[in-house]
Design a binder for this molecule. Structure first.
Ligand code: UDP
Ligand code: MG
Length: 138
């Protein structure tokens, strides 16, 4: 079984749709393997998104991701990485397929409700960024 990291971003937490988002993952056969609500400092947000450090949106994205609490979730299932990103939808909600989380809830390309790891390598980095071995070993 594959594992991936999803994040309900500060906009998703503020909209009070944590349950709705988790439910969409569960209805598509993914299981919650680990979960917690935390608040990142700006430096922690920058570290998490270090792959984007040269991009023009890096500072703004790091401000957004540290503006309030987030929920970090390890999802487990068959093809969990691809499946999670399909349920989330395209980065820009205007391009996202109908019935995806971003199409239904996101306000903009930046404030797009949820994150999902994009490869096995990023899933491994991102899960270990937030969870210890003890928290995910079941
Ligand atoms: N983002 C942004 N402007 C852009 C592209 C991305 O603000 O032009 C933000 C957005 O919140 C996105 C995150 O940066 O989710 C990471 O970008 P990425 O290209 O990895 O998109 P994702 O994998 O989240 O779809
Ligand atoms: Mg990405």
């Amino acid at each position: 079984m594959e594992k991936t990291l999803a994040i309900i971003k500060p906009d998703g937490v503020k909209k009070n749709i944590i349950g709705e988002i988790i439910s969409r993952f569960e209805k598509n056969g993914l299981m919650v393997s680990a979960i917690k609500k935390i608040t990142l400092s700006k430096e922690e947000a920058k570290d998490f998104y270090i792959v984007h450090e040269e991009r023009p949106f890096y500072e703004s994205l790091s401000d957004f991701m540290s503006e309030g609490p987030i929920v970090v979730v390890v999802l487990e299932g068959e093809n969990a990485i691809t499946k999670t990103r399909k349920i989330i939808g395209a980065t820009n909600p205007a391009d996202a397929d109908p019935s995806t989380i971003r199409r239904d809830f996101a306000e903009s390309i930046e404030r797009n409700i949820v994150h999902g790891s994009d490869s096995p390598e990023s899933a491994a980095f991102e899960i270990s960024y937030f969870f210890s071995e003890m928290e995910i070993r079941h």
